[in-house]
Design a protein around this ligand. Sequence first.
Ligand code: 72W
Ligand code: MG
Length: 288
Amino acid sequence: MQKSLQQTARGGEKRTGSGACPHMMWLTLLYGCTGGAALLYALYRWVIPAAVQYHGGLALIWHDVIVERMLDTLTQSTRPQRLLGAVQKNATRGDPCSVVKAIDHFCRHKEWAMNVGDEKGCILDSVVSEINPATVLELGTYCGYSTVRIASRLPPHAKLITLEFNPDFAVIARQVIAWAGVEEKVQLVEGASGDWIPKMKEQFGIKTFDLVFLDHWKDRYLPDTKLMEECGLLRKGSVLLADNVICPGTPEYLEYVRNSPRYESRYFKSHLEYTKVEDGLEKSVFLG
Ligand code: 72W
Ligand code: MG
């Protein structure tokens, strides 16, 4: 009896204790939630992106799986659509340089995406300027970032054919290319490279390509290179420029161009787009 009375008394005390200052309780809850949200945001916006900068595999999981899926669900849009939105908002129509800048800013500060990027992009630019090609083939358009970079450095009357087999990406790329004002020089062809390469001569009146930029699925680099050779699309002096030879990597292709007597090959060391992970471009001159 004594015990139960004590218990009731204590219980009553507790109730009075919290009831005396309800504001305190809500404030504590509010601070807790705000602090938690701020911590999660800092992790999402700065800590994790900074940590995965140095690791290709972690970068892949973070940017390409977790963040992309989360933003797709939250915004009911796709990454290429958001990238196009950034171009339309921040780039000047008809100014390819501003389009490239807007995409790089978006990918560095908002959402990573697999464009060749600003660092490797400078190497790409200098190869294009050095070759001064009349005919260029790009494998894997994605959102049209490298397409714009290449097209804006082509001499008058030069032609760039870019292949993309994902119709959703092709829709975006066409708008990015048009926004940059380089659509006159670019022919975006929808379909798989393996289907189009054998038809290049008859369908597009191509004799040979002066430059081929490979940036599609990494395991397609080697079979498509052999296909271009078979189809007579390479002449003595044609240049193959391959992205991502280190990360994600194209070991069979590298082995082939570096050891084949038909190529003179050189590696340009750089970094995976928008990160500090090593990657680079391989420039291979076809010797005939
Ligand atoms: C495809 C990649 C693919 C897409 C683009 C990079 C026509 C990275 C990477 C990368 C299109 C084709 C794909 C064929 N179009 N496409 C095609 N095969 O090309 C990944 C990283 C970095 N025919 O996977 O629709 N590129 C490109 C990602 C590195 O538009 O290029 O620069 C990391 C995450 C690290 F953590 C594939 C032949 C069937
Ligand atoms: Mg690439």
